[in-house]
Design a protein around this ligand. Structure first.
Ligand code: ATP
Length: 783
C-alpha cells in the first residue's frame, strides 16, 4: 500500500491546538497490518487536515518514513515480517526526531517498556475506542517534537550566538587594546610635541626680546598673548603691565581694531595677508604710524593664532614728508627759477623744459632735438656734455649762446632713472651776461686800481706818508702793504711792535681805510683796566647790576658795534676774560652784567702787543684758543732804530705839529744827526717827545742820545732826575695847583721813562705804582 493523499485538515484547528504555528500541512504515517484500523486512522487524520500515509508492514513503513518524512508515526507492534519494536529500532536511526506512537493490541508491559526505550513517545492500546485519544497523543507528540526541535534550534542558535558574540567581543577587546596602545603612544607623542613647542615658544620669545622691532603674538580670538621688550618700550608699557593683564594692552587705535579683527579672521582661514598700515597706540594715548606684518601660527596643522612685527613708521613718514616737501620746494624752485632747465635723452631728444625756457622759446620743445631747438645748430654742440653725463660726470662750463650772443653758465648732470643707468642728461643754464660784464668792468677797475696803487706808492715815496703814518723806509712800505690787505679783509688783525712804534696809529689807519670807517674806533688799553672791572668795562652793565650801578652803562663791545675794537696790550687780558671775549669774537654774543639779553655786536677786532705772545702762552697767561682767534693777520712794526732813514721825516712832521701856527724853529746843525744816532727805545713816541721838548723848550739833548752807541740796548745806571721845568711846559702864566701837579707828574714820569729806556716795569717800581697805573698815566699824558 502506497502513501495516500490526505483529506483537508483544518489549519485553524491546528493553530487552536497550538500544534503548528507555521503554515504547511502536517503528515502522519500509520503502520498497521489491520487495514481497517489503518483506514480508520487515515481517514480520521485526513479529516483533521493531515496527510495520512499508510503502510501495512514495518519494512514498508521504513520506506515511507525515508521517502516522505512524516511529522509523526503511529505504529502497531504485532505485524508480520518486521514488527513494531524492530521498526522503532530502525526508524530511530533514520529519523530520530520524528515522534513515534505505538498503537498495540497486546497490552504487554514489557512491550510498552521496550517501545519507550526505543524512543516511542506514547503507547495506545487497541481497540481504539475513542479516536480523540489517538488524535491527542499525536498532537502531544507533534507539540513535543516541535518543542524539542525548537529547543534544539534555539540551543543551536544560542550556541551560534554565543560563539558569534564571543568572537565579536574578542575582536572588540582586541581593537580596544590596540586603540588604547595607539592612544598611549599618541599621548606620549603629543606630550613630547607640546614640550618641544613650549621650548621653541620660549626660544622664540627670548629671540624676539633681542630684536629692535616690535614683535607680538595673537591667539585665535584676536587677543594679545605676547609682546617683546622693544614693543613694550615703543608702546610705553612696563613689564608689570604685561604681568598684570597683557590683554589690556591695545596696540592700535580703536578705529583700526575692527580692521585687525577682520584681518585675523582671514588669517585664521589661512589667507596670506600683505602688510598693512595702522595707527599704533601708546599707553599714554598718543599715536604713531606703523606697518604690521602678520603670519599664521600653526599648531598640529591647525592655525591657532598669528605672529607679527610692527614697524614704527614715524621716521619713514617724516622722511617721506620731508621728501615730499623738498620735492614740492624743488618744483616751486624750478617754477620760479630764473634760469633754464631741460632734460634730454642720449639721442638729444628734449624730455622736459621748465617754464622759463618755454617762455623763452615760445613752446615746450619736448621731443625736439636739443641742439636744434635750443641752439639753432645742425649737429650736437661741440661743448655738449652728453658723453660725460653718460659716464656719470657733472660738467660745469661757461659758453657764449650761438643764437643770442649772450653768456651762459651751464651745469650738466646725469639723470639717473630707476634701473637703466644714465639714461639722460639734465642741464641748468643761467644767463651770466651781467656777471660777465661786471667781471669785465672789475678787471678794468682792478687794472685801474693797480695803476692807482703804483701812483700811491710813488706818492708815498715822494711824501713819505701813508694816511697819518710817516715813513718811507722799505720796512714801513711793507707795513703799508699789510695794512692795505687788512683794510679790505674782515679777519682779526694783530699788530706786533715795541712801545711807541705806532701800533695804535696803524690800527686806526686800518679802521679808516676799511668799510667800517664810518663806524666807531674804540681803543682799549687792556693793561690799564683793573682785573675786577674788566668784565663790566667790556660788556657794560645794567642799572642795579651791583652797588653803584645806578644807570645802564654800555661796555666797549657795545660802543664798538659796527666799528673797530682795538685791544692794545692784549696779553694783559686775564684768561677768564679771554674765554668770554673769545665767545663774543666767535659770534656767540655776550650778556651785559645784570642783563638777560644776549647781544651780538658787529665788531672788527684789531689787537696789539709789545710782548711775546708765545711766551705768554707758555706761561699760561694767554689761552691758546684765544691766541689763534686773534692771530690771523699779523703786522710787524719795526722799531725806529731799524728805520733811521724815517727820522728826518718824522722830526719834520713833529716840528710842524708842535710849532702850530708859529714858524718851525731852525734846527741846530748837530741836532738832527744826534737824533738819528739815538737808540730810541721809546721809538717814535720818544722821538716825538724829544722834538716836542725841542720845539717848546729848545732842549736838544734827548735821553736816548746817552745810549746812541751802536748795539747799545740797556740803560747804564740811574741818574738823578733833572729839576722839573713847570711853567714853560704848562704854557700858562698862572696855572692852577692841580695843573701844576699834573704837569710835574707828567714831566717826572717822562724823565724816568727816558732814563730807564722806557722800561715801564722799572719806572713803575721807582714811582711806587703798579704797571697798570703807569700805563694809564702814559696814555693820559700822551707820553
Ligand atoms: N710812523 C709814525 N708817524 C707818525 N706818528 C707816529 C708814528 N709812529 C708813532 N707815532 C706817534 O707816536 C705816538 C705813539 O704811537 P702809538 O701810541 O701808536 O704807539 P704804540 O705802539 O701803540 O705804543 P704803546 O705800545 O706804548 O701803546 C703817537 O703820538 C703816534 O702818533
Amino acid at each position: 500500500m502506497g502513501p495516500q493523499g490526505a483529506s483537508s485538515y483544518s489549519l485553524l484547528r491546528l493553530q487552536d491546538a497550538r500544534m503548528d504555528p507555521y503554515s504547511g500541512q502536517m503528515s502522519v504515517l500509520i503502520i498497521d497490518d489491520d487495514e481497517a484500523i489503518c483506514k480508520a486512522l487515515g481517514n480520521y487524520f485526513e479529516d483533521l487536515g493531515f496527510i495520512a500515509y499508510q503502510a501495512d508492514a514495518g519494512l514498508e513503513g521504513l520506506d515511507v518514513l525515508l521517502e516522505c518524512r512524516p511529522d509523526a508515526v503511529l505504529v502497531d507492534l504485532a505485524m508480520p515480517g518486521m514488527g513494531g519494536l524492530e521498526f522503532l529500532a530502525r526508524a530511530r536511526e533514520i529519523a530520530p526526531e520524528t515522534p513515534m506512537i505505538v498503537v498495540s493490541g497486546t497490552g504487554h508491559l514489557e512491550d510498552a517498556v521496550e517501545a519507550s526505550r526505543l524512543g516511542a513517545v506514547d503507547y495506545i492500546t487497541k481497540p481504539i475506542l475513542d479516536m480523540a485519544v489517538v488524535e491527542n497523543s499525536v498532537k502531544r507528540a507533534l507539540e513535543h517534537s516541535r518543542l524539542k526541535r525548537e529547543n534544539k534550534d534555539y540551543s543551536e542558535r544560542l550556541e551560534d550566538l554565543v560563539l558569534t558574540r564571543t568572537e565579536a567581543l574578542r575582536q572588540r577587546t582586541q581593537a580596544l587594546e590596540e586603540a588604547n596602545a595607539h592612544l598611549t603612544e599618541e599621548m606620549t607623542h603629543r606630550k613630547k610635541t607640546e614640550e618641544a613647542l613650549r621650548a621653541s615658544e620660549a626660544r622664540f620669545r627670548e629671540l624676539a626680546d633681542l630684536l629692535p622691532q616690535t614683535v607680538f603674538e595673537i591667539d585665535g580670538p584676536g587677543k594679545l598673548v605676547f609682546i617683546n621688550k622693544h614693543g613694550l618700550r615703543t608702546l610705553g608699557y612696563a613689564q608689570e603691565d604685561i604681568e598684570r593683564d597683557i590683554q589690556a594692552i591695545q596696540m592700535v587705535s580703536p578705529e583700526d581694531r575692527k580692521r585687525i579683527g577682520q584681518i585675523f579672521s582671514r588669517l585664521l582661514k589661512g589667507e596670506v595677508i600683505s602688510p598693512n598700515e595702522y595707527t599704533a597706540l601708546r599707553k599714554d594715548g598718543s599715536q604713531f604710524p606703523a606697518m604690521m606684518y602678520s603670519s599664521p601660527v600653526l599648531h598640529q596643522g591647525r592655525i591657532v593664532g598669528s605672529r607679527g612685527v610692527l614697524f614704527d613708521l614715524t621716521d619713514l613718514k617724516r622722511t617721506e614728508k620731508a621728501l615730499r616737501d623738498s620735492q614740492a620746494r624743488l618744483s616751486a624752485i624750478i617754477e620760479v627759477f630764473e634760469g633754464f632747465i631741460y632734460t634730454c635723452t642720449q639721442d638729444y631728444r628734449i624730455t622736459f623744459t621748465n617754464k622759463k625756457l618755454q617762455q623763452h622759446l615760445g613752446k615746450d620743445c619736448v621731443g625736439e632735438l636739443c641742439y636744434q631747438a635750443l641752439y639753432g645748430q645742425d649737429s650736437p654742440c661741440e661743448r655738449c656734455a652728453m658723453d660725460q653725463a653718460a659716464n656719470g660726470e657733472t660738467v660745469r662750463q661757461e659758453f657764449l649762446g650761438p643764437l643770442d650772443g649772450r653768456w651762459y653758465y651751464s651745469v650738466d648732470t646725469p639723470v639717473r632713472e630707476a634701473g637703466d643707468g644714465a639714461s639722460c642728461k639734465q642741464s641748468i643754464v643761467i644767463d651770466i651776461t651781467d656777471r660777465k660784464t661786471a667781471e669785465e668792468a672789475l678787471r678794468k677797475s682792478e687794472a685801474q686800481l693797480r695803476e692807482e696803487n703804483i701812483r700811491l706808492r710813488s706818492s708815498i715815496k715822494r711824501s713819505g706818508r701813508f694816511g697819518s703814518i710817516i715813513g718811507k723806509s722799505e720796512a714801513m712800505e711793507q707795513v703799508y702793504e699789510t695794512i692795505l690787505k687788512a683794510a679790505v679783509s674782515t679777519a682779526s688783525v694783530i699788530i706786533y711792535g715795541e712801545s711807541g712804534t705806532g701800533k695804535e696809529l696803524a690800527a686806526r689807519t686800518i679802521h679808516e681805510m676799511s668799510q667800517r670807517a664810518q663806524g666807531p674806533f674804540i681803543p682799549v688799553h687792556c693793561g690799564a683796566i683793573p682785573p675786577n672791572l674788566i668784565e663790566s668795562e667790556f660788556f657794560g652793565y645794567k642799572k642795579g647790576a651791583f652797588t653803584g650801578a645806578d644807570q645802564d652803562k654800555p661796555g666797549f663791545l657795545a660802543s664798538a658795534d659796527k666799528g673797530t675794537l682795538f685791544l692794545d696790550e692784549v696779553g694783559e687780558i686775564p684768561p677768564a676774560m679771554q674765554v668770554k671775549l673769545l665767545r663774543a669774537i666767535a659770534g656767540d654774543g655776550y650778556t651785559p652784567l645784570g642783563g638777560r639779553e644776549t647781544l651780538y655786536p658787529d665788531i672788527r677786532f684789531v689787537a696789539a702787543t709789545n710782548r711775546d705772545l708765545f711766551d705768554l702762552m707758555e706761561q699760561g697767561a694767554l689761552r691758546e684758543d684765544f691766541f689763534y682767534r686773534i692771530h690771523i693777520l699779523p703786522i710787524h712794526l719795526p722799531p725806529l732804530r731799524q728805520r733811521r732813514e724815517d727820522i728826518p721825516l718824522l722830526v719834520r712832521h713833529f716840528m710842524e705839529k708842535y710849532a702850530g701856527d708859529q714858524p718851525v724853529p731852525p734846527m741846530p746843525p748837530d741836532f738832527l744827526k744826534s737824533l738819528q744816532k739815538a737808540y730810541w727805545r721809546g721809538n717814535v713816541r720818544e722821538l716825538e717827545s724829544a722834538v716836542h721838548r725841542f720845539t717848546t723848550l729848545r732842549e736838544t739833548a734827548p735821553q736816548s742820545l746817552a745810549d746812541s752807541s751802536p748795539g747799545s740796548g740797556a740803560p747804564k745806571g740811574a741818574r738823578p732826575a733833572s729839576p722839573v721845568r713847570l711853567p714853560k711846559l704848562l704854557g700858562k702864566e698862572e696855572p692852577t695847583l692841580k695843573e701844576v701837579a699834573a704837569a710835574a707828574e707828567r714831566e717826572y714820569i717822562l724823565q724816568l721813562l727816558e732814563r730807564y729806556k722806557w722800561n715801564r716795569s722799572r719806572a713803575a717800581e721807582i714811582l711806587g705804582v703798579d704797571r697798570r697805573t703807569l700805563f694809564r698815566k702814559i696814555k693820559e699824558y700822551g707820553l
